[in-house]
Design a protein around this ligand. Structure first.
Ligand SMILES: [Zn+2]
Ligand SMILES: [Zn+2]
Length: 353
């Protein structure tokens, strides 16, 4: 059974260049929410998937997993939303619903999680992302966008925002203690992570391999300190000072340089996927009872929490809004890191229908 016809942009082969494409959504099920897409963030993952660089891509592929839109149709059993509500969809649109992770509401750790695009839905159809005039999603995988939050501001929170928030929330609201935070990498996750940690009143040090990001860190993101990892004296001085480090670097980097910065019981929170194994010195971990741990996006509850937190604290991130016909140029610019900090596609502004 077919649902509504939509107009989208899709990559059709390994060149990874999206162009107009039309298809039909699945028929709206009892717990489905159909929404008109307003904004969709652009992510490096989109580019890699469009080019078949991650795992086998099914073409045509409609990218986009930071999607915000307005509800236009509801399944008969949906009580959580009403027509006209602003909703968001992140990286995941399905899970098995039966494993321990699903039962604990951490669907992102379900081995049968269904990704928002380039996945196979329960009806056997390919999932397609947010570069589309409309989307259909099971209500479990939609979050509510707070009224105070502009939709284009909400979109980055659905992927990089919750990726930073999920590991950081354990340090939120712990009494009088001011946590000392370190951040490795200032991409999408690092940038939002610094803003979140500052809003949690942590003392934030951005650690970088060069001086290039100093102004960005201190002036624009209002970090408290900036540390250049090649500066031996500065690194020496920072030994045993941090409660945690959020490591967002998606490349091989020497953990043995950073673990000594953690105090006893400190945590290195890894969220950046390096293409090759990382190295560290076990002595650094043992003698300081330090933890190296990982985290993957966040749960639906945490996604709702970061949206509410962001709205309540009145935060905003830097985005560049572009039209759909600019996406190829935008992907090119994103690839050379020529964007602060995220491209946001104004999907509905293109009159796709
Ligand atoms: Zn599961
Ligand atoms: Zn993303």
């Amino acid at each position: 059974m077919e649902g509504r016809k939509v107009v989208a942009w899709a990559a059709k082969d390994t060149s990874g260049i999206p162009s107009p494409y039309s298809f039909t959504l699945r028929k709206t099920g009892p717990e489905d929410v159909v929404f008109k897409v307003l904004y969709c963030g652009m992510d490096h993952t989109d580019l890699h998937q469009m080019r078949n660089e991650i795992h086998s891509t099914n073409y045509p592929l409609v990218p986009g997993h930071e999607v915000v839109g307005e509800v236009v149709e509801l399944g008969s059993e949906v009580k959580k939303f009403k027509i006209g509500d602003m909703v968001g969809v992140g990286c995941i649109v399905g899970s098995c619903g039966e494993c321990l992770s699903c039962k604990s509401n951490i669907d992102q750790y379900c081995n049968n999680r269904i990704f928002t695009y380039n996945g196979i839905y329960k009806d056997g159809r390919p999932t397609q992302g947010g570069f589309s005039s409309a989307m259909v999603v099971h209500q479990r995988f939609a979050v509510r966008i707070p009224e105070k939050l502009a939709p284009e501001q909400a979109a980055p929170l659905l992927c990089p925002g919750v990726t930073a928030y999920s590991p950081l929330k354990q340090f939120n609201g712990c009494g009088h203690k001011v946590f000392k935070a370190g951040f490795l990498g200032l991409g999408g996750v690092g940038h939002l992570g610094v803003l979140i940690a500052k809003a949690m009143e942590h003392h934030v040090t951005v650690i970088s391999t060069s001086e290039k990001k100093r102004e960005e860190a201190l002036e624009h993101l209002r970090a408290d300190a900036f540390l250049v990892s090649s500066n031996v004296a500065e690194m020496e001085e920072a030994v045993n000072s941090l409660d945690y480090i959020l490591d967002t670097v998606p490349a091989v980097h020497p953990l043995q340089s950073y673990l000594p910065l953690l105090r006893v019981d400190g945590k290195l929170l890894s969220v950046g996927v390096a293409p090759k194994p990382l190295q560290f010195d076990a002595v650094d971990m043992i003698l300081g009872k330090k933890t190296i741990t990982g985290s993957f996006i966040g749960s639906m509850e945490e996604t709702q929490e970061i949206l509410d937190f962001w709205a309540e604290k009145g935060l905003s991130s830097m985005i560049e809004v572009v039209k759909m016909d600019y996406v190829n140029k935008a992907f090119e610019r994103m690839e050379r890191n020529d964007v602060r900090y995220r491209f946001m596609v104004d999907v509905s502004g293109n009159n796709l229908e």
